[in-house]
Design a protein around this ligand. Structure first.
Ligand code: SAM
Length: 231
């Protein structure tokens, strides 16, 4: 998978692309991430990428030209899935992350300032928000997308199937986990988990998963019930 990121703050991606799972996936050539500073594509003498809004008002607007110039400089941009991050987009989800993990080439534009020149929107296929709050810029949103998507690409997680049981994968939150010691300050690990009986462990985990989802996310539980006919 290849992801090109258009940003005004390339340094923000340095630690992100060199550490942890993503760093390894890049080293192992499973994922390729290119960070492009679209300020370099401004034809303005001072490399300006923003301007004041027509009609007046507070804040600056991201200009269309540098974004367009940077976009068309990307190899294979026409076929790539072009995503714009914005609080006005569809809300990102695990389901969307699964869908996007099958895309070969993604381009993400990180916004800044008060907003995008509306004509930038026409250059992109999809608008995604990471939640109902407003960030200063799109970099953190792009990182959220990249992290959630790339961990689902085959071979990025060494135990490939482990994400199948993550929260949201089947409309349930994940079950509780325990590790050594078997007793801590009087709190014991549930007997069943040390029983060695895999069938019972599986049943316990599903039961706990359902219980936790019901307690914390009734909306998700209702979806689970509907889809699994567990009335
Ligand atoms: N005035 C804009 C609005 O109300 O829609 C918000 C602009 S925000 C200060 C600057 C940039 O941060 C946005 O263009 C977008 O790229 C990014 N951003 C902010 N909040 C976001 C969110 N919830 N999801 C995705 N991107 C976000």
């Amino acid at each position: 998978m290849r992801i090109d990121v258009l940003t005004l703050f390339p340094k923000m991606f340095e630690g992100f692309t060199s550490e942890s799972l993503l760093g390894k996936a890049i080293d192992n050539k499973i994922v390729e991430i290119n960070i492009i500073n679209f300020r370099d594509y401004s034809t303005n003498k001072h490399h300006k990428v923003d301007d004041s809004p027509y009609g007046g008002g507070a804040g600056m607007v991201l200009s269309v030209e540098p974004v367009y110039n940077a976009l068309i400089s990307i190899d294979g941009y026409k076929k790539a899935l072009k995503i714009l991050v914005t609080p006005q987009g569809v809300t990102f989800s695990q389901e969307k992350a699964y869908e996007l993990s099958n895309v070969e080439h993604i381009i993400i534009l990180c916004g800044h300032y008060e907003g995008y020149d509306e004509r930038i929107r026409d250059l992109f296929d999809l608008e995604i928000s990471i939640g109902d709050y407003v960030l200063t810029g799109g970099e953190i949103a792009a990182m959220v997308l990249i992290d959630a998507i790339t961990r689902l690409v085959p071979k990025v997680i060494s135990k490939d199937e482990s994400h199948l049981f993550d929260s949201f994968s089947n409309n349930l939150l994940e079950h509780p986990h325990y590790t050594r010691p078997s007793e801590f300050m009087g709190k014991k690990v549930p007997e069943v988990l040390i029983s060695g009986n895999h069938k019972l462990i599986k049943e316990w985990r599903l039961k706990e998963s359902i219980k936790r989802t019901k307690e914390r996310r009734m909306d998700l539980y209702n979806k689970y019930r509907k889809e699994s006919n567990d009335e």
